[in-house]
Design a protein around this ligand. Sequence first.
Ligand code: APR
Ligand code: MG
Length: 276
Amino acid sequence: MTSFWTEENVKSTLPKRETSAHKGTYGTGLLLAGSEDMPGAALLSGLGAMRSGIGKLEIGTVEEVIPYVVPILPEATYLRNGLQKTAEDNVDLDKYKAIAAGPGLEPVEETEKAIHQLLKLDCPVLLDAGALSERSYKKRQSPVILTPHPGEFSKITGVDVKELQQNRPHLASVWAKKLGVTIVLKGNETICAFPNGEVWANPTGNSALAKGGTGDTLTGMMLGMLCCHKDWKHAVLNAVYLHGACADKWSEKRSAHTMLAHELTELLPEVWKRFE
Ligand code: APR
Ligand code: MG
């Protein structure tokens, strides 16, 4: 039986915001997200990150997307055409505390080249959506975290979706060990499988999350949490837990049919407070 990551686990591992903290205390995160046809992904994941304890956020996105994000998230700064610059090894990425890539990115050669560069760094790297592909991972000091939904898991491993859904904890764990990465297998009872064999199931969340954009929000939240947690594993588990808890909060008073992804980040401040 796989254990659930519980309310008590969350309460004992969420970081305090230190009295003497300044924005440098929590570090700068880089988010490579958003493209011409999927500009909203940069915004959804950006909101998730900035609501989740990060010190500073830089969004690496295409020039056209920036004017859409600024009015709603004026707190972020930009690495203009960041995916291209990363793919061309044309930017210094050493200053970032953690990096997330994938929401609203196309799985094309430029993305693959950029990921190759990210994996040379020694900060936590989170890969989602367009940044997920079938590849191997060299051993590195800092974690690599993949956040596939079942279809993406199937794409990167070749495992049939039906077979996967019948044995989620086991198969997530097998592949986390095989690839040497952390796998967050999304869906009802999201599984967090670590490369050392540790596996947790998430008890929060509901079908209000079954709508485009909620995965992008999770990626952003996890980036923010990687910046403010001391233990990166706690960041992964707490991001998944609180993301689900926001949807549960929504469903207390409102229909699960009606939630929008950006509303998760509006609920997060109150939901997070309950666990502090
Ligand atoms: N119960 C609990 N949680 C759920 C449920 C459910 N029934 N359904 C979905 N979720 C959660 C997942 O666990 C995950 O955290 O909602 C989130 C959905 O994430 P994704 O599947 O990544 O969805 P998202 O990325 O927002 O969808 C947009 O993703 O695959 C790409 O291009 C594809 O357009 C799609 C895009
Ligand atoms: Mg997704």
